[in-house]
Design a protein around this ligand. Structure first.
Ligand SMILES: Cc1cc2nc3c(=O)[nH]c(=O)nc-3n(C[C@H](O)[C@H](O)[C@H](O)COP(=O)(O)OP(=O)(O)OC[C@H]3O[C@@H](n4cnc5c(N)ncnc54)[C@H](O)[C@@H]3O)c2cc1C
Length: 294
């Protein structure tokens, strides 16, 4: 078979899922992930429609169902914490029929476990990143930040919205990313409200804050969604992003100050703009993009 050796950049949902299917079809994928370990965290997501078929064919539908959030419902709260509207879990989460709701991090873990299973498991290079990728007659020569050099047949960028692969092969991010005018942040917090598979949402003009607990989480999560002009910040500077979030919610009521107080200890802090990539082509030579990078 041609083009067997495939380098995937990024071990998120797109990267691990692709690694599974490539191995399944006889390819030999290697995954390079910048973080030192699989990135935990993220909001709950619904596996529905075509995605149910995909997880089913990958043989992990039962594993996904076993990790379901089992969220029973959600309430909109006032500034004083009074529950002003309550919906059942399916309505609140937009779940229907056989949809399976699972935390992003749990789905990522299931897909990862699937790819490292067995003697011919997928090779993962954690704590590294592609520094350069040059096409030659023999393939695509990749240099990693660690200094290591290797030749692959194909490279796939599954490294998210701010894709390193896209920047290296297709051009600078500004050419492709459209900002939708919002920022999202999510991280683990202590379950100080004793929520049992329940979500509380506080709405203030242009700012939403919510907290919820799931069946698979002994703590809780805090999530923030706010409208903003583009913010200038260093994407690798987590403390700067925590500060931006705290500033955006300064003076907000409800439990917001308590949720923000947990920022310092948050092990799985995530912060990003809501944006979309727009490209005319998702491949160029021996390189292709999947997931948010595309
Ligand atoms: C920790 C986390 C939490 C998230 N939480 C939410 C959320 O609450 N709400 C929401 O709407 N979306 C969230 N997202 C985004 C969501 O996961 C994606 O929109 C969706 O799953 C598509 O994923 P993807 O695999 O294309 O990209 P991503 O999920 O962004 O995964 C990209 C992966 O590539 C890795 N990576 C980045 N740069 C490099 C590099 N230079 N070299 C190698 N690897 C690299 C990242 O560490 C990450 O593991 C989150 C993403 C992450 C990583």
């Amino acid at each position: 078979m041609q083009n067997r050796n495939v380098l995937i950049s990024g071990a998120g949902i797109a990267g691990t899922a692709l690694a599974y299917w490539l191995r399944h079809h006889g390819f030999r994928p290697t995954v390079v992930e910048r973080a030192s370990a699989l990135r935990e965290g993220g909001y709950k997501i619904d596996i529905r429609g075509a995605a149910l078929d995909v997880v089913s064919r990958a043989g992990v539908l039962e594993a996904v169902r076993a990790q379901r959030t089992d969220v029973q419902g959600g309430s909109i709260v006032s500034a004083a914490g009074k529950r002003v509207a309550t919906l059942d879990g399916d309505t609140f989460g937009g779940r229907a029929g056989h949809d399976a709701e699972i935390l992003r991090g749990d789905l990522n873990r299931i897909l990862y476990d699937l790819t490292v299973d067995g003697a011919d498991g997928v090779e993962y290079l954690f704590g590294d990143s592609i520094a350069s990728a040059t096409e030659t007659a023999a393939g695509i020569e990749v240099t990693f930040d660690s200094g290591e050099r290797r030749v692959f047949d194909l490279v796939v960028g599954a490294d998210g919205l701010h894709s390193n692969t896209r920047a290296l092969v297709f051009g600078p991010e500004e050419r492709f990313i459209r900002d939708l005018g919002y920022y999202v942040s999510i991280y683990s917090v202590p379950n100080h409200l004793d929520l049992d598979r329940w979500e509380l949402t506080y709405l203030s003009p242009l700012r939403t804050a919510l907290t919820y607990s799931t069946a698979k989480d002994s703590g809780a999560k805090a999530m923030f969604l706010f409208a903003s002009e583009p913010l200038e910040y260093d994407r690798h500077d987590v403390s700067q992003q925590k500060k931006l979030l705290a500033e955006a919610y300064a003076g907000e009521a409800w439990e917001v100050p308590r949720l923000l107080a947990a920022l310092d200890e948050a092990p799985d802090f995530y912060f990003d703009s809501l944006s979309q990539a727009h490209l005319d082509h998702w491949s160029k030579g021996r390189t292709a993009l999947v997931g948010d990078s595309a």
